[in-house]
Design a protein around this ligand. Sequence first.
Ligand code: NAD
Ligand code: ZN
Length: 369
Amino acid sequence: MKTNTLVYGELKNLGREIAKTIDAANDNKLQSKERAANDSKLQDDEQSFQDSKPCVSIAIITDQNVAALYLNACVESLEDQGFHVFCKVIPPGEESKNGEVYLSILESMAKDGITRTDGIVALGGGVVGDLAGFVAATYMRGIKVYQVPTSLLAMVDSSIGGKTGIDLDAGKNLAGAFHMPSLVYQDFGTLSTLPEEELINGMAEIIKYGVLAGGEFYELLTPDEDGNIDLERLIRMSAEYKMDIVSRDAKDMGERQLLNLGHTFGHAIEKLSNYEIKHGFAVAKGLALIADLSGRHGWCSEETRDSIVGTLDIWGYDLSIPCDMNEMLDAIAVDKKRKADYIDLVVPTVIGNCELKRMSMEELYKCLL
Ligand code: NAD
Ligand code: ZN
């Protein structure tokens, strides 16, 4: 599967960047069509002519919070490039990532006359990104999506890799599709308005990447003597780290599973709290727990364990586990029923290396209790 392009810039240049992406795609198509015509002397049919037409309409999907801050800049930037813009603004929060909102956006796009050759801009956090990505994956069997993440979590995680979806009453992210964005466009300036809690929420994923990558990346997680960190550099390193793994394992069959470090326990904690504990805060607890477990079982040294827990401490995470271990194991077991009879636990061995440890639920019970 083709991976997405990652570009950093200001929102006022979004339109230009999307126009460039479309031009590049059309050039590629024309070149490959010319090749095909030369090779087989086949005439282009009506359909392939459609494919090479430039995209003229863009539907921006965003939430009310982000719309109030950044929608105008995006609309202007797209209109300057001649795009015809439609805006779909949804209420903020996970509650909007549902079938009703999803269908209402599809219906209104159809009423607006948006076609297969048009595109969608997902402007916002992971909720907007997942929902808009799923709309793009399914509208007329798939149209282009340009991810424009504005939360830290979306910049380093959800906008990259093509996982899209919505929640069902039966659980989170149960309906979805892989749909790679044609462009991920990040404006770090948007982080200036992100609430502090959302920054810390996203930081847990960055710490996860740091543990996986090790070296300088890991060192950058600790503020310097003046208490400063280079957040922009960390975002770039995280986004590129994920992109690199996804380019080798787009469909989550192997290496991509390493990105689940801290998530087996994190997801269970999130679920048991009825999602009152936000994802990143639950992942921080999950990271501390897996580091502790690895230290206890000799999968990593005590120094490695202490280092991971120490880094999480610096960022002020509450690392207490708010449920008993039996409850947690039951929550993991329920989740596991949807997959297979075993768990692939991601365990840190040293900073900069993690391994998948396949174990049955019985083995997991034994090593946790
Ligand atoms: P979110 O989209 O709800 O954003 C958090 C809050 O911040 C919202 O209130 C939003 O309006 C606000 N906000 C966003 N950007 C802002 C800005 N620049 N200034 C001010 N306010 C801003 O939540 P999130 O944490 O970004 O994403 C969580 C979602 O991401 C979950 O639904 C999760 O399932 C999904 N996710 C998907 C993937 C994936 O690979 N597809 C990975 C991780 C998480
Ligand atoms: Zn995560």
